[in-house]
Write a protein that binds this ligand. Structure first.
Ligand code: SAM
Ligand code: SF4
Length: 331
């Protein structure tokens, strides 16, 4: 089975939001007071989640990324990783299971996640300055994040990717320092252009930092050479000086990569989304709770993809931000 959309894009990557809750309040994602949380009774149980993942694998998914909100807030995150990693693909082998986390709490469970079969870890870190971190995330937790990254290195995750959102009045003067810090630790840094997905609607095209500006900042210190062979990956990767270090830039706004998109998203309340920016969702939770068969649930994956648009439309004059904020979609 393949999950192909009307534009010929084959979907293999399912991003699952394990929770919409978070222990940080990054300004580009959530307002200080948080967002209205999803009602408890709408959240998928672990069994419901596993059923949807099994159906997704039968339809053509081969990679699962756990995200949120903050996925490590789920007390059963290690068990979920182990259960997904143990599933079989119709073509043989097992799905790849990865996680995107803010790193808080990772120091305690990095080893258990590795043993459970987690293949890759992305940790988000926008600044190395404790005061800036506090202002940006509204929590004084930089030390916990750094300990999480260190633990992930110690247990042998490789490569560990670090996600950073460049922001003009926050970390713009620190982009090359972040790169050097990552290079020294064999971490692969990826800058993500800020997208209009925050619940507070603070995004502005005028103030967002572009890929071109990131390259200019980094080039003052390093020689960057674009690497070929990007495939469906969102990041354009550059060799730093003569390598082996690499830096990536995800230019979702100024150089959209929608033509090669292979991603679907499942929210914590069981809604399937064909795009971060989709205005509509396909309900899996309702039919699942009403007794739908695997075949019927699989059909919903295809219906969702039938409505996938060719691009996210951020640059269209009539663009409307999705109703759900990033934290409730799963970044
Ligand atoms: N809490 C986890 C974390 O921060 O890694 C996982 C969820 S978070 C929504 C996933 C990624 O989305 C993070 O790397 C974060 O920096 C990024 N992100 C959140 N809001 C964003 C925005 N408005 N534009 C670009 N990236 C954003
Ligand atoms: Fe939480 Fe991640 Fe959003 Fe920051 S970006 S508020 S860590 S979900």
């Amino acid at each position: 089975m393949t999950l192909e959309d009307p534009y010929g894009r084959v979907h293999r990557d399912l991003r699952i939001s394990l929770t919409d809750h978070c222990n940080l309040r990054c300004t580009y994602c959530m307002p200080a007071e948080g967002v209205p949380w999803l009602p408890r009774q709408t959240l998928l149980s672990p069994e419901e989640l596993m059923r949807i993942v099994r159906v997704g694998l039968a339809e053509g998914i081969t990679e699962v990324r756990l995200t949120g909100g903050e996925p490590l807030l789920r007390p059963d995150v290690v068990e979920i990783v182990a259960r997904i990693a143990a599933l079989s693909l119709p073509t043989g082998g097992h799905p790849e299971v990865s996680i995107t986390t803010n790193g808080i709490g990772l120091s305690k469970i990095a080893g258990a996640l590795k043993d459970a079969g987690l293949t890759r870890v992305n940790v988000s870190l926008d600044t190395l300055d404790a005061e800036r971190f506090h202002q940006l995330t509204r929590r004084n937790r930089l030390t916990d994040v750094l300990a999480g990254i260190e633990a992930a290195r110690e247990v042998g995750f490789a490569p560990i990717k670090v996600n950073a959102v460049p922001m003009r009045e926050v970390n713009f003067d620190e982009l090359a320092d972040l790169l050097d810090w990552c290079l020294e630790r064999d971490l692969e840094l990826r800058f993500i252009e800020q997208m209009p997905l925050d619940a507070g609607h603070i995004w502005s095209r005028r103030t967002m930092v572009t890929q071109a500006e990131v390259i200019e900042q980094l080039s003052a210190r390093h020689r960057l050479t674009a690497l070929p062979g990007r495939g469906a990956a969102p990041a354009e990767r550059f060799l730093v000086d003569d390598g082996p270090g690499v830096v990536g830039i995800i230019a979702a706004v100024t150089a959209p990569f929608c033509g090669a998109c292979d991603r679907l998203r499942l929210t914590a309340d069981g809604q399937l989304r064909s795009c971060l920016f989709a205005r509509g969702e396909s309900d899996l939770r309702g039919p699942l709770r009403d007794g739908a068969s695997d075949e019927q649930l699989g059909q919903i994956f295809h219906e969702c993809l039938a409505g996938k648009l060719p691009g996210h439309g951020i640059n269209d004059p009539g663009f409307l931000q999705p109703d759900r904020p990033m934290s409730a979609i799963g970044g």
